[in-house]
Design a binder for this molecule. Structure first.
Ligand code: GLY
Length: 306
């Protein structure tokens, strides 16, 4: 049932593997891919507690050396000090350009680890092991990395592609249901902005998706990654087309900020998608009824729309 696809970016191309139980075979996969001499597993304190030992064991079983470096969970850690602390941790352990990083966690971990990989010794390889739905369908693919500064989110960063993305759908079982629902906002974003059939499919398969049935979850994540790959292949550095992936995010980010970051990202994006579509309908850029159908699907997944 495992699915694989490729992000085609010339010499920076990489595979995405999606399946149940992928976590336990990461060591063998990394050994076969021959990406680095040894690895640092970067994770927040919560995800490290849940899955760190399994990933370390998998690398050890495959004969690969790996050390765990953690940071406190949450967006609060997504700043330059965390990058500095982790870089010092790597330097103290003698990590050099032949070594690599593994990002194990959600969007914050992927963004931090990717940015650290982009700048440590002017660039070392890294792989993404996303553990939230949002990271699995969006942030782990495409090479956007970075941290926040007091003036705004993601204002410091780099486009830096991973060498591989390993998606284990089993880990969604330990994800808080609010986080899963928040991730569904990004899934719905793909349907609303790129693929009408997929949008309809999300409505028809709601129950199976919410029950995390692998027969729906794996193809759903695959389709999102496929759409993201197709967009990134055409516009890696967001000169134009890639902005389609920001549907709902302009108003969403404002809503998120206005809530003092109490509202989770996916919820804010859901509100942003409805608001911007209503504006598009009013401006004659979208047919009447479009905002209603987006609102209806978001509400079916118990996402806020206002
Ligand atoms: N999350 C939108 C992008 O990667 O472009």
């Amino acid at each position: 049932m495992e699915q694989t696809l490729q992000v085609g970016l010339g010499e920076r191309s990489y595979p995405i593997s999606i399946g149940s139980g992928v976590l336990d075979s990461i060591g063998n996969r990394l050994r076969a891919a021959n990406i680095a001499k040894r690895y640092a597993l970067i994770s927040d304190d919560q995800v490290a507690g849940l899955y760190g030992a399994r990933v370390l064991q998998s690398l050890s079983d495959a004969g690969l050396s790996c050390e765990l470096l953690t940071f406190p969970h949450g967006e609060i850690s997504k700043h330059l000090q965390t990058i500095g602390d982790l870089a010092s941790g790597l330097a103290e352990r003698g990590f050099d350009r032949k070594d690599g990083l593994i990002a194990l966690g959600g969007g914050v971990t992927g963004d931090i680890t990717g940015f650290l990989a982009a700048i440590y010794m002017r660039g070392i390889p890294f792989v993404q092991v996303p553990t939230t739905l949002l990271a699995q369908v969006d942030s782990s693919v495409g090479g956007k990395t970075g941290v926040d500064i007091p003036q705004g989110k993601n204002l410091i960063g780099a486009f830096y592609q991973p060498k591989a993305v390993f998606i284990d759908t089993e880990v969604l079982g330990t994800l808080a249901s609010t986080e899963f629902i928040g991730g569904m906002a990004e899934v719905i974003k793909y349907g609303a902005s790129i693929d009408a059939d997929f949008f309809a499919w999300l409505g028809e398969n709601r129950q199976a998706i919410l029950a995390l049935e692998p027969s729906c979850i794996i193809p759903m994540i695959r389709r999102c990654c496929e759409m993201k790959a197709t967009v990134v292949e055409q516009d890696e550095r967001e000169g134009g087309l890639r902005r389609i992936l920001n549907f709902g995010h302009t108003i969403g980010h404002a809503v998120e900020a206005a809530s003092g970051y109490q509202l989770i990202h996916g919820f804010a994006v859901a509100i942003g998608m409805v608001a911007v579509t209503e504006l598009a309908v009013k401006s004659g850029l979208a047919a009447s009824g479009v905002a209603g159908s987006i609102r209806e699907l978001l509400e079916a997944y118990e996402l806020p729309t206002a």
